[in-house]
Design a protein around this ligand. Structure first.
Ligand code: PMP
Length: 386
């Protein structure tokens, strides 16, 4: 990245492409241009990239390659899970947590418009789903429960094992949107009782525009496709796959498998340094969500009395970070995630998300801390004088 680029602390929005991933993708922009679904040598060559993608993603999450459906990202995988399950079941009830990404909430809303009963599982002040409430909500008519593995705004990690057990007991499918978790922390789908899992390559140093749905082998008959066409991927998701992107997700998943523990140690160190330095400079600062059960590369903070959007706008040439989630950017409305954990609209608009990872340096963290503390101090003086 060029020297003049702002310090990048927005790893939940997207991660930089790993140079090894880039190198694995490049041949597919040149002579490996075949259609992976063609029956000839060039096609078979391209199909290898697709198979590599399935194999590497499967290995990363403890699945079998045949259980991986390649998609355009986690958004598509989430839509396929919810809409695909609703098409095949007679059950008419869907449960989603209050802090799901919009790519889960929107298809759930679409199902509600078709007459399904969609209910929300509340979360506690730390952002973790209310496990006492869930057994009261789940029932014999529940088709599917969708609870994300890690939240994209506050990083909270959910008790997937417990939720999986409750779903199995009720005969409901358990879907988890793991876009923010995969490649950062180990996950074993079978051991966790997950039926469907969504992921996106660009959240773990891979390219944008590709992701996957893990669909447990015994669950496949319960999910109908949502994209129909040439019958690719056993009819589960039609359309010519992009071998370049497949090579990218394969390389990113392969690298995550060997590097995620090292990355996690790095981000844990950076997070504790960032937090202790910010607290020194800004004693009123509060951490949103759970300080302990959260992604080590994500820190969401509230600086009381500060307009976080104004702060980041004045720092835009020096620091790239986010208020709320990037998918809501442009719409300056208080984050529903922060609202769900009990923040007032004023507290939510005083909150910002700092995300960091494999390529973040100690220097980045120290410089960002200084910038945030100085600017917050100046903005609070301006506010006090006004
Ligand atoms: N779920 C979560 C939790 C996310 O953070 C994102 C990306 N913001 C998505 C789903 C959607 O991923 P994509 O845009 O790659 O489809």
């Amino acid at each position: 990245m060029s020297r003049s680029a702002p310090i990048y602390l927005d790893y939940q929005a997207t991660t930089p492409l790993d140079p090894d991933v880039r190198a694995a993708m490049l041949p597919f922009l040149e002579d490996r241009f075949g259609n992976p679904h063609s029956e000839h040598a060039l096609g078979w060559d391209a199909a290898e990239a697709v198979e590599d993608a399935r194999r590497a993603v499967a290995e990363l999450i403890g699945a079998a390659p045949g259980e991986i459906i390649v998609t355009g990202g986690a958004t598509e995988a989430n839509n396929l899970s919810l809409l695909g399950a609703a098409k095949r079941t007679k059950r008419r009830h869907i449960l989603v947590s209050a802090i799901e990404h919009k790519s889960v909430l929107a298809p759930a809303q679409a199902l509600a418009e078709l007459g399904l009963k969609v209910e929300t599982i509340p979360v506690q002040a730390d952002g973790i789903v209310d496990l006492e409430r869930l057994p009261q909500l789940i029932g014999p008519d529940t088709a599917l429960v969708s609870v994300m593995a890690a939240n994209n705004e506050i990083g909270t990690l959910q008790p997937l094992q417990e939720i999986g057990a409750l779903c199995a007991e009720a005969g409901a499918l358990f879907h988890t949107d793991a876009a923010q978790l995969v490649g950062k922390l180990p996950i074993d789908v079978a051991a966790t009782g997950i039926d469907l899992l969504s992921l996106s390559a660009h959240k773990f140093y891979g390219p944008k525009g590709i992701g996957a749905l893990y669909l447990a082998a015994d669950v496949r008959p319960q999910i109908a496709p949502i994209i129909h066409g040439g019958g690719q991927q056993h009819g589960m998701r039609a359309g010519t796959l992009a071998p370049m992107l497949c090579a990218g997700i394969a390389a990113a998943a392969g690298k995550a498998l060997v590097q995620q523990a090292k990355d996690a140690a790095h981000t844990e160190f950076l997070k504790s340094r960032l937090l202790s330095r910010l607290k020194e400079g800004l004693p009123a600062l509060k951490v949103n969500g759970s300080e302990t059960r959260s992604l080590s590369g994500c820190l969401n903070i509230c600086i009381p009395g500060i307009d976080a959007h104004a702060l980041l706008m004045t720092l835009q040439t020096e620091l790239a970070a986010s208020v709320g989630s990037a998918c809501n950017a442009g719409l300056i409305e208080p984050s529903y995630v922060l609202g769900s954990i009990g923040l007032t609209p004023a507290e939510a608009s005083a909150s910002l998300r700092l995300g960091f990872g494999r390529f973040t340096t100690i220097d980045d963290i120290d410089k960002a801390t200084t910038l945030i503390c100085e600017k917050a101090d100046r903005l609070s003086h301006i506010r006090a004088a006004a």
